[in-house]
Design a protein. Sequence first.
Length: 316
Amino acid sequence: MTTLEEAAFAGDETAFAALAGQYRRELHVHCYRMLGSYDEAEDAVQDTFLRAWRARASYDGRTYFRAWLYKIATNICLDVVRRPTARDLVWLQPYPDRLLDEIAPSHDRPDVVAVDRETIELTFLIALQALPARQRAALIARDVLGWSASETAGLLDTSVAAANSALQRARVTMQQRLPVRRSDWSAPQPTAEEREVLARFIDAHQRCDAAAAIAIAAEDLRISMPPDRLSFDGLTACLPLFERGLGPNREGEWRLVPTSANRLPAAASYLLRPGDTVWRAFKLDVLRVHDGKIAEIMTFGYSRFPAFGLPDRLTP
């Protein structure tokens, strides 16, 4: 054990908090993948640290501390998923790229896995949430964290054969649910093309130009609005949304701030209603761009703005 570990497991609460705190962000992303919810992931990490502190006497030092924390966090997530009041996919929440960027391998932490688009993009997470809990955990451990079969079996308290079986079933389901061209997601950050489309999206909204917004939308555009169950498939079905938001009967004037979520371009929208003096936080649009067109818009509420470092209002 290191000196910090020795102090932590000797009962020094400050040392334990410092030791566990090194893994907070990557554990949060792990729980986020398992649960699809930023807020539930936060609760799971807090619970992980509390359980780890209470169970510190059971830590024998032979298991790597990071792996021990992951096992605790995974079990907590499995418990959440198995609850009778199981959460639905509608609880999917966006993850700010500025926080993902805090996770990076370093000389001191070479074991940290980079957060690539392929494993954090919203389409991947939607498919992931459709897996049974243990299959989900097995896939994350093997294909995201890069753990071995034996490490994954230890994580799930099962045999290597059972862990491999869960992994294979998960891979088959994911292949059925994910787009064929997953290589399109390989860029670690939004591409120049995506940023250009985002700029045009922002410009169209700030000018309240519905035609300009429609011009950058794909014919098979899909708009969804978690946590509501609303979704609109196809440009024709989406046209009334553009008209309502940007047409002559709109609620007010828009100001949009560019940002990014889940390695995708995003825009935070603020609305200035008639008679008001400030633009107030309204919604967050996360865009999936394909061949220079917007293929999908996932619209979330403004409750996530603080996590993105965004203000709740803009002044003229």
